[in-house]
Design a protein around this ligand. Structure first.
Ligand code: ZN
Length: 265
């Protein structure tokens, strides 16, 4: 195979979405997330053919509902020595094999607002001021939308990109030209998302509201990797007889950076 084979990103994306191992996975909101009964008006900031693809190691403890592992696979960033891949290679049980990396598609988005679908009220967050006072501010701002291959949101974006959705509002192969309402109903395995294209609202024009990195897929990847830091082994862990599978173990691992705190909207 020639190294310089031109890649059609959309064909590759559709092939990925339609590939076999998309079962048993659900959309897992990470930076962007809304709750059951909420809907958000969002604008993609990169077009779909500029999507950022990463491999991610993720283990969620069902009891605590906390992530024990949430890391970009170092191999995804063209680095060797991913500690999680090494551990996954030693995995025997079904639970341990959950440490194997899986694909995520990342798009930076601007969230215009999040609304309670029933009452129509804006969802707010509490902002604390230095003088001790606080105020309720409607949720709005840049977020990373993280989608698994099986995400219905991703499938809806692909339809909108291709123009074969049922909406009268067409994207003309550029989803950054439209807003989308993303509505969530249900929770857990019953969660459903409905994506509806809308005529675009004006975006903020200042770089504070929408930073330049949101328009550059390499920088989007860096932001993502900053939030889910990869971990690589200090030495060749294949030669390390002491290594045992333990998702929470940091043995032989070098954490690169700390998980960035997720900003308030
Ligand atoms: Zn890995």
């Amino acid at each position: 195979m020639a190294i310089n084979t031109p890649i059609d990103p959309m064909a590759e994306l559709e092939e990925l979405v339609n590939s076999e191992d998309t079962k048993n996975t659900t959309f897992a909101p990470f930076f962007f997330s809304i709750k059951d009964g909420q809907k958000a008006l969002i604008r993609p900031l990169l077009n779909l053919n500029q999507y950022v693809r990463v491999e991610k190691h993720e283990i969620c403890n069902p009891a605590s509902k906390k992530f024990e592992v949430k890391a970009v696979c170092a191999a995804s960033l063209h680095m060797q020595g991913c500690i999680h891949c090494a551990k996954a290679a030693l995995a025997k049980s079904k639970d341990e094999k959950k440490l194997l990396p899986s694909t995520r598609i990342i798009l930076p988005i601007f969230v215009h607002a999040v609304i309670d679908a029933k009452t129509g009220e804006y969802i707010t967050y509490t902002k604390a001021h230095e003088d001790g006072s606080s105020e309720e501010i409607p949720i709005s701002g840049v977020r990373l939308l993280e989608m698994k291959k099986s995400s219905s949101i991703l499938a809806d974006f692909i339809r909108s990109y291709n123009g074969n959705d049922d909406s009268d509002v067409k994207s003309s192969h550029d989803i950054t030209t439209l807003d989308y309402v993303v509505r969530r109903d249900g929770a857990g395995t019953e969660t459903r998302y409905v994506v509806t294209p809308k005529a675009p609202r004006a975006l903020p024009t200042d770089v504070v509201a929408i930073p330049d990195w949101t328009h550059d897929r390499d920088l989007v990847l860096l932001q993502y990797a900053d939030a889910c830091p990869f971990e690589i082994a200090d030495n060749d862990i294949a030669d390390n007889d002491d290594l045992e599978w333990d998702a929470s173990s940091k043995k032989a691992a070098k954490s690169v950076g700390k998980p960035k705190s997720i900003p308030d909207f």
